[in-house]
Design a protein around this ligand. Sequence first.
Ligand code: CUA
Length: 155
Amino acid sequence: MHVHRSEKLWMAFGIAMLVVFLGTITFAAVVDGIIPPSRVQSIDPTKVSSTPPFDKPGLRKTGDKRYEAYYVARIFSFAPKHLEIPVGAHVKFFVTSADVEHGFSIPETGVNTMVTPGWVSEVEHTFRKRGKFLLVCNEYCGAGHQLMAADVEVK
Ligand code: CUA
């Protein structure tokens, strides 16, 4: 069977790209530890208000400058509405929704996750800059979506 020269070149290119992509994924997984989310917590979205720790949303101190923040998103607000943390604090956010799909984003920090009813989203950040950071919902969730906001104050 005769295979045209340019056909061979494209096949070689295709195989080379496959090797590059698989190599990239393997490198990211092994060296950088980037893997799909696993061990994600689930929650009954109808019982968020009575399921600890989401029955008392807010900040918990877990160590030196280390915190966990539990948030409940519901149309059209976040609980807690206001969070105060010291500069340098490392915060692990746990967020769930009591109704529909929401977003959880602190634009200046890279904190950004979807919030899906039935699941607990996790995202972490170290706050090295003082100031008041706006926390917004960035998934359209209904008529009051644009009002859905809170803030994180770094002191
Ligand atoms: Cu919640 Cu948009």
